[in-house]
Design a protein around this ligand. Structure first.
Ligand code: AHR
Length: 495
């Protein structure tokens, strides 16, 4: 099979916002406890956070972390998670039917973010709480001092304000399963009034309104239209969430998930732009894709049986999952002119690129590698490339191009091509036409393997790794590489 890509130095979609490379830590399962936080662990820092995990998180170049949920936030009282740990109560987490010990809360989490170099993306509870609690929470975090809540933060040992820039106005409020679920009209009113209040307290914050929790919900995209009709001038982003599943074994459709991501993003953009023109607004609404990932292996075991940090939603990702995620990451980069924030959901243990053994090791799952590559090499000018590819089976999408790809130019003029080969049976000979790009050196790594079900595990943490692929070459103004069947590829072109 064959494919051709044209890279032209002058045709640029945009530069990804740093916040495109974000992730998500929710109080669910072992995401926090025995995930990022385990004070008895041999690698724990003075704050009780695991050093081995922090190192793997840094390796991902995570730019922002959404917190504390997720469904969890819609029943969360942030006040239970601040102050001396001995005074913090154990509470019921109704969203996941767990006991929340509140040993990690806002101050602890923000400290962790600052140490690993990620921006906190804080969500407020618009389920059981409302605008009053959101305002008090913001006052606690961002007001310098001299008010009840800011002084409480200072008393708790945090003299400097946390300076949290990104705030989510609730989580998935469209969803029936959400605590305090609302209709579009109800949420729109609450969100706009909360936004007004929060921006009065701190005009420098950026606000993310809840879009739909999936494009398959009956209320999509009317929900977006209702919310934006009220909130358009008051918020900075509208969120979208999408989880990709291979539960039914329709791997061809699953591997075409990049098409599903493109479609979801473009539908949300259409609604934003419709409301923009209806309002005669000068402002262009940006998107926060603040939950995306592959999720199906452990999707049914969602309830925690009133335990503290039971294992929940611990998907163990194989090679096919990593290629699927690679396709979604390509879609995100391709839409970097409108998708400004994105969060891989989640970061540790719960549908995550990193898995920990309590008291033991931490290791990278297969999906770690495509995210790491895009986060490391995807920061630059995303090129508007042209792709011509032989077709493969795309399941419910019919025949689709076997290769999907995106390319990024970095400051030195080096180019990186990210590509997936979605054909499970055949390699693809790729020709890359270089227009205005000087390159004399090429390297190619790929994540692939004979056994597509292969996963990493504590016993064999490096079973699946990206490996160098031979045979790539440059010939004048063209570069050549062979993409293995069912593979995630990173091709670097430079001098
Ligand atoms: O990421 C897991 C859950 O998926 C989140 O809590 C929720 O927002 C979504 O439904």
């Amino acid at each position: 099979m064959k494919a051709e890509i044209i890279l032209n130095h002058d045709y640029i979609i945009g530069e990804p916002d740093g916040m495109l490379f974000g992730s998500f830590v929710e109080h669910i399962g072992r995401s926090v406890y025995t995930g990022i936080y385990e004070p008895d662990h041999y690698s724990a820092d003075e704050y009780g956070f695991r050093g081995d995990v922090a190192q793997l998180v840094r390796g991902l170049g995570i730019s922002g972390i959404r917190y504390p949920g997720g469904n969890f936030v819609s029943g969360y009282n942030w006040e239970n998670g601040v102050g001396p740990r001995v005074t913090r109560p154990k509470t019921i987490d109704v969203a996941w039917n767990c006991i929340e010990p509140n040993l990690v809360g806002t101050d602890d989490f923000v400290g962790y973010c600052r140490r690993i170099g990620a921006e906190p993306i804080m969500a407020v509870n618009l389920g059981t709480a409302g605008m009053k609690e959101a305002a008090e929470f913001l006052e606690y975090c961002n007001v310098r001092g001299g008010t009840a809540y800011s002084d409480r933060r200072i008393k708790n040992g945090y003299r400097e304000p946390h300076g949290i820039k990104y705030w989510c106005l609730g989580n998935e409020m469209d969803a029936q399963w959400q605590i305090g679920h609302k209709t579009g009209g109800e949420y729109a009113r609450l969100a706009v009034e909360t936004a007004k209040l929060m921006k009065k307290i701190d005009p420098d914050i950026s606000l993310i309104a809840c879009g739909s929790s999936g494009d398959d919900l009956r209320t999509f995209p009317e929900w977006e239209a209702q919310v934006l009709a009220e909130c358009y001038e008051r918020v900075d982003y509208i969120s979208l969430h999408h989880y990709f599943s291979n539960a039914d074994g329709d791997t061809a459709t699953f591997l075409a998930s990049g098409i599903a991501a493109d479609s979801h993003i473009e539908q949300v953009i259409s609604v934003c732009d419709y409301i923009k023109s209806r309002r005669r607004s000068k402002k262009t609404m940006m998107l926060a894709f603040d939950e995306y990932n592959v999720w199906y292996h452990d999707r049914d075991k969602k309830k925690g049986n009133l335990q503290i940090a039971p294992p929940l939603c611990e998907d163990h990702y194989n090679i096919t999952d990593a290629v699927c995620l690679g396709g979604v990451l390509i879609s995100l980069l391709r839409h970097c002119d409108r998708v400004k924030i994105a969060c891989l959901a989640q970061l540790v243990n719960v549908i995550a690129p990193i898995i920990t053994v309590p008291g033991g090791m931490a290791y990278r799952q297969t999906i770690y590698y495509p995210f790491e590559a895009v986060s490391r090499f995807g920061r630059g000018a995303v090129l508007d490339i042209r792709i011509k590819s032989d077709l493969c089976d795309g399941g419910k999408y019919g025949a689709i191009p076997a290769v999907d790809s995106v390319s990024v130019l970095n400051g030195d003029g080096d180019a990186v091509v990210f590509a997936v080969n979605r054909d499970t049976g055949n390699p693809v000979s790729l020709c890359i036409a270089l227009q205005g790009i000087d390159a004399s050196v090429i390297s190619h790594t790929a994540l692939y393997g004979e056994n597509r079900e292969a996963i990493n595990s504590p016993e064999n943490p490096d079973r699946v790794l990206p490996v160098p692929v031979g045979g790539c070459r440059i010939d004048g103004k063209e570069a050549f590489a062979v993409l293995p069947p069912l593979s995630w590829n990173v091709i670097k072109l430079g001098n």
